[in-house]
Design a protein around this ligand. Structure first.
Ligand code: HEC
Length: 182
């Protein structure tokens, strides 16, 4: 019998028939689903920028590790400056500042009842540790509350980091007070 006699048979060799059957629908369904999934995955993570890429995941993890390392160390100028570069801590500090500090220091730190925090002049010192000390212990007699006991050490650190980002941004507001500190 030759290959062309029966429909659906491509070759016959040694009595073995090679058929040309339709692939099963479940199999085709699986094939096209994986192709579609692969395309969607590639688009979501590589093209659209919506899904976090591996670099973004790595950076977030590295920043978290740096934060954990910093929170195990005593506060210092170095740990505060490192925190200032960590966007998540600065965001946290900013949120706290808006809630707790803006009423006296203005939304942008431009000063209101309390001094302008964006200029180069400081009543109690403009180094990272000096700012941290003022925020944590306050200047109670002059109306600046002590924040460490109400907010805790971690929040005070992130607020100090945020205040460091305001320093020297020179937002027009309350006139400078205190000593010039570069
Ligand atoms: C009730 C009003 C009030 C609130 C709320 C307040 N402050 Fe103050 N703050 C002041 C006053 C008043 C001073 C000036 C103290 C002085 O004259 O010695 C001051 C001073 C400071 C200074 C020192 C500025 C300098 O020139 O040395 C820093 C830093 C500061 N505040 C940060 C903060 C932060 C951060 C918060 C929120 C966690 C905050 N303050 C909330 C009133 C306030």
């Amino acid at each position: 019998m030759s290959a062309n006699d029966k429909p659906g048979i491509l070759h016959v060799y040694d009595g073995i028939e090679e058929m040309d059957n339709h692939l099963p629908n479940w199999w085709l369904f699986l094939l096209w689903s994986t192709v579609l999934f692969g395309f969607g995955y590639w688009f979501y993570y590589q093209v659209s920028g919506v899904g976090p890429g591996s670099m973004a995941v790595y950076k977030a993890e590295a920043a978290e590790a740096a934060r954990n390392a910093a929170s195990n160390q005593p506060v210092s100028d170095e740990t505060l400056l490192a925190l200032m570069l960590d966007s998540q801590s600065v965001e946290q500090g900013k949120a706290q500042f808006t809630q707790q500090c803006a009423a006296c220091h203005g939304q942008k730190g431009e000063g209101l009842i309390g001094p302008n925090l964006t200029d180069k002049f400081w009543l109690h010192g403009g180094t990272p540790m000096a700012i941290h000390k003022t925020v944590s212990e306050g200047v109670v007699a002059k109306g600046m509350p002590a924040w460490e006991r109400t907010l805790g050490a971690e929040r005070v650190r992130s607020i100090a980091a945020y205040v460091l980002t305001l320093k020297n941004t020179n937002v027009p507001g309350k006139a400078p007070q205190g000593e010039l500190a570069e």
